[in-house]
Design a protein around this ligand. Structure first.
Ligand SMILES: NC(=O)c1ccc[n+]([C@@H]2O[C@H](COP(=O)([O-])OP(=O)(O)OC[C@H]3O[C@@H](n4cnc5c(N)ncnc54)[C@H](O)[C@@H]3O)[C@@H](O)[C@H]2O)c1
Length: 339
């Protein structure tokens, strides 16, 4: 059985490729290396770099040739532009990768008879939800560019499933954490950023009062579900969440304790959240500060009962255990990076 993993050199794509390889799948990966790197493909028991080609999911001709040559059984579209301010400040790029890139994969999957396509979606599409925990079937549409691209991508998935009878699953990931999380990019995910600052004994910059709560999912639990959904017929959208949320303060306190550090964090006004992206604050129509405030203070909690009932899945890794594993791997990576 052969799987295509797009975004294979990224955090989630690399780990998923490894898990598929360990389960006996023939894995082909593609990545344009705009965010990913080859270290994400090196594991204790194998190096998957030879399985991964440099290719852009927006290059229809190249993708079509690959599908014809390889005859995939399943396609995992994990490639995407994930950092919210990157999408907000470059919406054309965000839409072309997160929407048009997916459409190329849907079309090639249709033509070549791929059995199942799994799309990396996000719980950020619930950004305007006010009822919690959020459920898959009903929610107000999102506002910001990143969730809007993922929302549109899901509509294309639904369209292909309904029009052609294809089997397509959109997995709406909560905040994902685990080894290989990227802590060096311009706007790293919260867990990666917090551990990096503690590692270097620096005062981290957080926003608002630190009481805002988000839900998380450990990478192994996500992969477990991603591998279970492949037998499902038709279209499905599934929350991938631990159904437990944590505040910034709670996570920072847990990480500080696990790393044996005691560095009080700095709490900045939420309006400064994307100040590394000054273009967003400029021009005739600068970003509305209440939108930033809403994003920073957003409460997220996704209902995971659909995943449990439909796929017999349940999250296994506690936040404390997961955080311990990320700290270990991130500190090792930063040590190597500095030497
Ligand atoms: N990490 C999270 O918390 C999270 C949460 C919800 C959804 N997601 C989604 O999951 C997916 C993976 O996230 P991640 O955290 O591993 O991000 P990542 O940035 O580590 O990985 C994305 C990969 O896609 C590649 N890529 C980008 N554009 C491409 C293109 N045009 N063609 C081919 N490859 C391209 C990048 O180089 C990178 O290796 C993304 O689609 C993201 O939106 C992630």
């Amino acid at each position: 059985m052969k799987a295509l993993v797009t975004g294979a050199a990224g955090f989630i794509g690399g780990q998923l490729s490894h898990a598929l390889w360990q389960s006996g799948w023939d894995v082909v990966g593609i990545d344009n290396f705009s965010y990913g790197n080859r270290d994400n493909l090196r594991f204790a028991d194998t190096d998957l770099n030879d399985n991964v080609q440099t290719m852009d999911i927006r290059d229809y001709e190249a993708i079509a040739r690959l599908f014809e040559a390889e005859r995939f059984d399943i396609v995992y579209n994990i490639a995407g532009i994930a950092p919210l301010p990157d999408c907000q400040s470059n919406p054309t790029e965000a839409a072309s990768v997160n929407i048009l890139g997916l459409v190329n994969l849907l079309e090639c999957s249709r033509r070549m008879g791929v059995e199942h396509l799994v799309q990396a979606s996000t719980n950020a599409i619930y950004e305007n939800e006010t009822n919690f925990p959020s459920i898959e079937s009903s929610y107000p549409p999102p506002t910001l560019i990143y969730p809007s691209t993922k929302y549109c991508a899901e509509q294309f998935c639904r369209s292909y499933a309904e029009t052609y009878g294809m089997n397509i699953t959109c997995l709406r990931f909560a905040n994902v954490y685990g080894p290989h999380i990227d802590c060096l990019r311009k706007q790293p995910p919260f867990v990666g950023y917090m551990i990096r600052e503690l590692y270097y004994d620096r005062v981290p910059d957080f926003h608002s009062d630190g009481n805002q709560r988000r839900d998380y999912i450990y990478i192994d639990d996500l992969i477990d579900l991603a591998m279970r959904v492949s037998k499902r017929k038709g279209f499905d959208a599934v929350n991938v969440s631990s159904n437990q949320n944590y505040s910034v303060k709670e996570l920072y306190s847990m990480a500080s304790e696990l790393m044996g550090k005691s560095i009080p964090a700095r709490y900045n006004p939420s309006q400064h959240y994307w100040e590394k992206y000054p273009s967003l604050y400029e021009g005739v129509y600068p970003i509305r500060l209440e939108i930033l405030d809403h994003e920073v203070n957003k409460y997220s909690l996704c209902d995971n009962r659909h995943a449990m009932r439909e796929y017999g899945w349940s999250p296994k890794v506690s936040m404390r255990e997961g955080l311990k594993r990320v700290i270990e791997s991130e500190c090792e990576m930063l040590k190597k990076h500095d030497s």
